[in-house]
Design a protein around this ligand. Structure first.
Ligand code: HEM
Length: 248
């Protein structure tokens, strides 16, 4: 019964059984194809990481998680801000320049050789508690208000002694002893602010602090920086440059 003739004969006499056999064979082939597809997914790295990253961006969208923003402060002969003055409060100074451009990019294209470029990144809060965060969110204004034609860029570096402290010790000095947030809140919403972290980027400063305000609040801003510089927290500042700007 193994010759082609006997196979043709079988087709004639038992078509039902052969149909059943063909159906079983077909199902088996589909099962094998499905299994090989499932088993190849973990091995296929790009598919796997695409799925993970799409989950990550979905998570960010769902929770409206603020994404870190890389910002470059470029001092040269160009830029939206005219540099009014550069005062060295403590430590090594920065070279003079005429104008400043603030670019929300870590590696902006430079059309002219800059006097200096400082980079920082926005981040999550480290010391602010829930009550303080709610108070800040209620009264703080965004950057780029048309009326805010004055700005201050104050790069700050803190001492090794500060960085050697534990988180709870730093919070105690920052708020319980120095009242940084409580003092700052008194000046909102007149002053808009954004804090950039630079230490993790191996930059010359640990922080780039940026403030924008209307000309009539210049005196209030002056008072604010003097109050903060007289606090315990500032004993840990070993480099600070105060750069004042006018949008023009
Ligand atoms: C406009 C009013 C101000 C408010 C509401 C304010 C608020 C804050 C808050 C909430 C933080 C903590 C962020 C965190 O939890 O990680 C902070 C950090 C900081 N602020 Fe201010 N601030 C103000 C003005 C200033 C000024 C005028 C300076 C500089 C002269 C300054 C320099 C800093 C620095 C360097 C840090 C980082 C401290 C650290 O992490 O060690 N702030 N500020």
């Amino acid at each position: 019964m193994s010759s082609p003739g006997s196979f043709a004969f079988a087709l004639l006499v038992a078509p039902d059984e052969l149909l059943l056999l063909a159906f079983v064979l077909f199902s088996f082939l589909i099962l094998v194809a499905h299994l090989s597809c499932v088993m190849s997914i973990p091995k296929n790295h790009s598919t796997f990481s695409a799925q993970t990253s799409s989950k990550r961006s979905l998570r960010a969208m769902e929770s409206e998680e603020p994404q870190p923003l890389l910002v470059s402060f470029i001092a040269s002969g160009q830029g939206a801000w005219r540099i009014e003055r550069i005062d060295t409060v403590v430590g090594e100074s920065l070279p003079a320049a005429d104008r400043l451009e603030v670019v929300e990019s870590p590696s902006p294209s430079l059309s002219v050789a800059p006097a200096w470029v400082l980079r920082g990144v926005t981040s999550n809060v480290r010391y602010t508690n829930r009550l303080e965060l709610d108070a800040l969110q209620q009264s703080q204004e965004p950057l780029n208000r048309p009326l805010a034609t004055r700005a201050a860029l104050i790069p700050i570096r803190k001492t090794a002694a500060w960085w050697n402290l534990a988180q709870d010790e730093r919070r105690r000095i920052f708020e319980e002893q120095s009242h940084h947030i409580a003092i700052g809140l008194e000046y909102l919403p007149a002053i808009a602010r954004r804090l950039h972290h630079s230490r993790e980027l191996h930059e010359p400063f640990d922080f780039l602090t940026w403030f924008e305000y209307a000309p009539e609040h210049s005196d209030a801003f002056e008072q604010l920086v003097l109050r903060l510089r007289n606090t315990e927290e500032w004993h840990y500042v070993d480099r600070e440059i105060d750069i004042r700007l006018v949008r023009s």
